[in-house]
Design a protein around this ligand. Structure first.
Ligand SMILES: [Ca+2]
Ligand SMILES: [Ca+2]
Ligand SMILES: [Ca+2]
Length: 329
């Protein structure tokens, strides 16, 4: 590992190690020791966040996981919002293809009245494009920097959405996706018999002009958790890598670290320079586990059946807040 090599070089030159330690100024000796293992560009927090919104969504017709928002402060005093800053409470919600809490459960696309979908105008002279979207768990969709709609269900149950917008080519699609969490700041949920199970993400979409999610999209990571040992993290060619990291269990889930990166205010705009962002990683329907989800399967011809792939960063389990970009020419 490049990271390991760099660390060994640092240990061999004591002065540099001391400079690194001073700059980190951690709260306790124990945390400082672990922070020294981290040589990346993110900011580190450890442990649970403070809940600032207890729950964004209650299911009227079934069960849903609690979708809270938390804040946690790093050693430099920067406050981070987990699992990610979002506009769920204020933004227009995307129309539902399938949303069982609202009793919207069509068996197929023919049962959806697509004429009812509101058209958001980006370019008055443009073409009307229809988009079909499924996110694990939450998305916010921008076209040329304009917010089109946000997911109507932040966490669970799994839902799917349909959007329409009027735009002229070329245009830029930018999406914030969040793999939501129950244990705020700890990147985990109670699942499969483990109170600190690291859930996974995933995003898939197709558009009526033939655009689909694939490896030509870009995906950059802004929040990674749970991390037990910071030395498992590395960075290469702009990618924030956690593929060598393990997962949490009941014994260590509360002590997990998280890594946070600052987002540019204009990340969704057409002229934002995302040239350093990595290409998206692809995931199959089986890997994301959608074969038993009607919100996906009832419209599969608009998802993998349309040639779209699930996309995310390099780690669909530990990376919980990811930004996606793609320009349609
Ligand atoms: Ca959702
Ligand atoms: Ca996750
Ligand atoms: Ca998830």
């Amino acid at each position: 590992m490049k990271n390991e090599l760099f660390k060994n070089i640092l240990f061999s030159i004591g002065g540099i190690v001391m400079i690194g330690s001073t700059a980190m100024s951690c709260a306790s000796d124990d945390i400082q020791m672990h922070h020294d293992d981290y040589l990346g560009s993110g900011s580190i927090t450890q442990g649970a966040a403070t809940t600032v919104v207890s729950n964004l969504f209650t299911c009227q017709n079934g069960r849903s996981r609690v979708a809270g928002i938390g804040e946690i402060t790093d050693a430099q005093g920067t406050v981070w919002t987990v699992p990610g800053s979002n506009q769920f409470s204020s933004a227009p919600k995307a129309m539902d293809l399938y949303e069982q809490c609202a009793g919207i459960t069509p068996r197929n696309l023919a049962e959806v009245n697509q004429d009812d979908v509101p058209v958001v105008t980006v370019d008055p002279q443009g073409e009307v494009i229809t988009g079909y979207i499924f996110a694990d768990n939450y998305f916010e969709l921008y076209i040329n920097g304009k917010l089109i709609a946000v997911d109507s269900v932040p966490f669970t149950p799994f839902n799917s959405s349909i959007v329409k917008f009027k735009v002229s080519k070329p245009y830029t699609i930018a999406v914030k996706v969040i793999d939501w969490e129950e244990n705020l700041g700890l990147g985990s949920e109670n699942n499969r018999g483990n109170a600190y199970h690291a859930g996974d993400g995933g995003f898939i979409a197709s558009f009526s002009d033939g655009t689909v999610t694939n490896r030509d999209w870009q995906a950059q990571t802004f929040y990674t958790s749970p991390i037990l040992d910071l030395s498992c993290l590395s960075e290469k060619d702009g990618a924030r890598l956690s593929t060598d990291c393990g997962v949490t269990d009941e014994k260590n889930g509360q002590q997990a670290y998280a890594v946070h990166w600052t987002m540019a205010d204009n990340w969704m705009n057409e002229d934002f320079d995302s040239s350093t962002w990595p290409q998206a990683s692809l995931y199959s329907d089986d890997e994301i586990g959608v074969n038993n989800k009607k919100a996906y399967m009832n419209f599969i011809e608009k998802f993998s059946g349309a040639g779209a792939s699930f996309i995310w960063s390099t780690n669909v389990v530990l990376d919980n807040e990811v930004l996606l970009r793609y320009t349609v020419n």
